[in-house]
Design a binder for this molecule. Sequence first.
Ligand code: C5P
Length: 224
Amino acid sequence: VPVVTVVVAAGSGSRLGARLPKALVELDSVALVRRAVDALLDGGVSEVVVTVPVGHEEAFREALAGTGSRLVHGGATRQESVRLGLAALAAPDDAVVLVHDAARALVPPEVVQRVTSAIVDGADVAVPVLPVVDSIRSVVGGGSEVVDRAMLRAVQTPQGARLGLLREAHEWLRRDGVEVTDDAAACEYRGHRVALVPGHRDAMKITEPVDLVFASALLAERKN
Ligand code: C5P
């Protein structure tokens, strides 16, 4: 079956403090969105739709030249951007679709393959996760209480499902006016079960300026 992807890149990147949309910020002279799309192509993806912010189409087209990606405008929220991206994919309902944050620009292709394999092997939804290293407290009322971190996982992207299933899940969220933070939660809303596969440190989300410093160090390490 074809493996296709929506790369969400329509965020403003205000927390990164750049004047450009975050996905266009460069790491070692290559835009984050380009690094993300290349990683997905290396991981076996055959059709790429990228959601982009209004007004930056030309810069995205340049950054993605030669990748065969199709650009569509994103929405007001990440969830809306995913829905619009899914609508633009031409693949059949049983295609495997991966939704990926452009901000996770250094995702290793083996993570892409792990998520894909989980869906091909029968999972409804699959997400890459990492153990949580910090001690965690939940704040309730005026106080707080410790949460057993052994039970917790941090969730990364790409998140995978069959295209028909994920489109349907997003349609239901829209109809019901429900907001979720990722695609696994979107599918769970419809009762689908989420499978976990090992994520990777390098699939970190580049959010704040210091994350770019860390990402540069990861790149330098790869070259050695
Ligand atoms: O803001 P945050 O880092 O959580 O966004 C996650 C991803 O979703 C980013 O890659 C961002 O570009 C994308 N996004 C989007 N449309 C929005 C908001 C965020 O495509 N309206």
